[in-house]
Ligand binder design. Structure first.
Ligand SMILES: [Zn+2]
Length: 331
């Protein structure tokens, strides 16, 4: 958890980055052996497509991970990542959120996640299946781009986001034909996609977890899990539990979620180390989705209505990661 000193440093860095536009992501540590994506350097400029990343060294010594295929595997993986995030919180915060259930709304047409309290006052974290489909597709394409210098993430977003933005039951799932058939089943690509899936999930659900332990929802006090609400009721609950955006709480959740991800990432060595890449990747996706849809009360994408504009969140995540590295030199 950020201390007062680290928060003041964070604010200073954030202001510095907003004023100077100096938001470059530090290069990935040698241990990571995974190329960073050159994210946009100015705020609030549009977000250009990431350039193809160079191929990582072929001598990567990370173990191959099994492929994550289908909703059941994704949901199980999200629960494992949440456990890992909780285990890297302070004992006080971990005690508040250790038993909070994940509830998955089978809605594929919406892309959203949120923290809430059910009718009995028990905390839960919710995600739509559409969000998990999107994280899978982002991970699959970026893994291919990392390894082979392709631009399949660009192809995926330009193909799917205009349809998704119109609603009408479209899905964020990766269409057939985006991944080259020559690389789609490559075990190294599938393993790297698993790594990236976890990294995006870590930021996404680290953010939602923090709404509970930071007291934003007011219902997480370490009680036993009540199992969570019926997924069919989530759509109604979203409008009730989040009647409007609370920008300070959202900034605090982005900061806490990023710090939790960085702390968890460090403790994963020698496995793939999570960084701010997952958060920046998710926010890049939503920046593209926002451009495809435009922000309006009729926007079918719940995430864009329940969270601040990605252009505000990206420099915050970058500044938090810079602060974390300043406080953890050499890591
Ligand atoms: Zn939030």
């Amino acid at each position: 958890m950020p201390t007062v000193r680290s928060l003041s440093l964070l604010v200073s860095l954030l202001i510095l980055s907003l004023v100077s536009g100096a938001c470059a992501v530090p290069s990935v540590t040698p241990i990571q052996q995974t190329p960073s994506i050159p994210w946009p350097s100015a705020w609030p400029s549009p977000f250009p497509a990431p350039a193809p990343a160079p191929a990582p060294p072929s001598s990567s010594n990370r173990p191959l991970l099994f492929p994550l295929i289908g909703p059941q595997a994704w949901q199980a993986e999200v629960r494992l990542v949440i456990q890992e995030l909780v285990s890297n919180l302070s004992p006080e915060n971990a005690a508040k959120v250790r038993n909070i259930p994940l509830v998955v709304d089978p809605n594929q047409g919406d892309v959203n996640a949120f923290a809430g309290c059910d009718d009995q006052g028990s905390p839960f974290i919710a995600a739509t299946e559409g969000l998990l489909e999107a994280i899978d597709a982002i991970s699959q394409t970026q893994a291919n781009d990392d390894l082979y210098g392709t631009r399949t993430y660009d192809q995926y977003t330009s193909t799917v986001l205009p349809r998704l933005a119109q609603g009408k039951g479209s899905s964020a799932a990766l269409p057939l034909g985006i991944l080259p058939f020559t690389t789609a089943l490559n075990p190294t690509r599938l393993s790297h996609a698993h790594e990236l899936f976890d990294e995006i999930v870590a930021f996404t659900f680290g953010h939602e977890l923090s709404h509970h332990y930071l007291g934003h929802t007011g219902c997480a006090n370490g009680q036993a899990s009540a199992g969570g609400p019926n997924p069919a009721a989530l759509g109604v609950m979203l409008t009730r539990v989040l009647p409007g955006l609370n920008q300070p709480n959202e900034i605090a959740a982005d900061s806490a979620g990023c710090l939790n991800t960085m702390d968890s990432g460090r403790s994963r060595r020698p496995k793939y180390v999570w960084t701010e890449r997952g958060g920046l990747t998710l926010l890049d996706f939503f920046a593209r989705l926002e451009r495809a849809s435009g922000l309006s009360p009729l926007n079918p994408v719940g995430f864009l209505l329940s969270h601040p504009n990605p252009a505000i969140r990206i420099p915050i995540v970058k500044a938090v990661a810079q602060t974390w590295r300043f406080q953890h030199p050499g890591q």
